[in-house]
Design a protein around this ligand. Sequence first.
Ligand code: PLP
Length: 383
Amino acid sequence: MNQHSRSQAIPFIDVVVQRARLGVRIDAAMSRVLDHCQFINGPEVTELEADLAAFSGAKHVVACASGTDALLMVLMAKGIGRGDAVLCPSFTFCATGEAVALTGATPVFVDVEEGTFNMDVASLTRGIATARQLGLKPRAVIPVDLFGQAADHDAIAAVAEAEGLFVLDDAAQGFGASYKGRRLGTFGLATATSFFPAKPLGCFGDGGAILTDDAALAEILRSIRVHGQGSDKYDNVRLGLTARLDTLQAAILIEKLKIFEDEIAARDRVATRYANGLGNVVTVPRLATGRTSVWAQYTIRLPEGTDRDGFAAALRAQGVPTAIYYPKSLHQQTAYRDFPSADGGLAVSERLSTDVISLPMHAYLDEATQDRIIEAVRGAVST
Ligand SMILES: *Cc1c(COP(=O)(O)O)cnc(C)c1O
């Protein structure tokens, strides 16, 4: 490795290399849209929906404007609102709880598992009881496939079924991962995903999609996507949103989806090398049996007593960026702290917020750069 590359700052997520790999194909796809000028609901949107259905195994895909809209639209379609409780993990990106609160329903926060960062089913059961004690009607559960790893979908489905809740999977980070050999997109009533640029499958702006096997739900979602439109444009049968995916973004995603499988494999190789290089100095993420991850984040836990800010600064000094997902769990944030938490508390979420830190992760992280990161982490932990 030469001096130049050693001193160069490493990007946390590299969208530039992928852009170079796909450049002409994406340029051509965008030109086609610029030629036909159907910027809203152009043919590429329908084509992408079909491609995503084929990729995931879901029967219906409704593309939309963001991952947050994807979550919100399903809750709206199911009539979730005031007096309803929706169970979701506290250790997640805010949009999971935000979509619930926007409907007027109450998010009830549930703890996560130490090993996988995903919803703890025992805490889910307690949370449902907590909701009932508060006079709320538990209607739905939103498991999150955090950092790219599938949640425990069978265990969550069993609780949901016993309690009469529907499952809305938040796969904004996990789309492309699988659970017991089945791709996300087919668990629960519906799956929401995001195409924000930093997600494993990202576009060049905002975007999202809902995947479901329920034809009637898909139809309602298509209506909500356009202001609750009925049989024609000026017949509005329900409240909706402006939640369409731009044709340009769909055209970009069609090209990106073609290399997604290959990129998932590359991310997995990076994760394996990190685990081998770091497993004896920090707590590296572990995959539960039967689950895969698309490694939206590679999140490690620092040994007890480590000064996390000092650790991040030591890495930064060597050109290695880090990020903290998430420094506060939702129940610890101003906008969410008045919502209830599952009985028994959220100790794991609280602990994780203090000791996690994420390392650069993308499909184009070369071995030399990765070794530099591993070396920097090992050095920073031991000082
Ligand atoms: C990114 C993300 C969302 C929201 O997606 P947007 O497209 O940014 O609206 C929802 N849930 C999780 C877990 C996310 O990481």
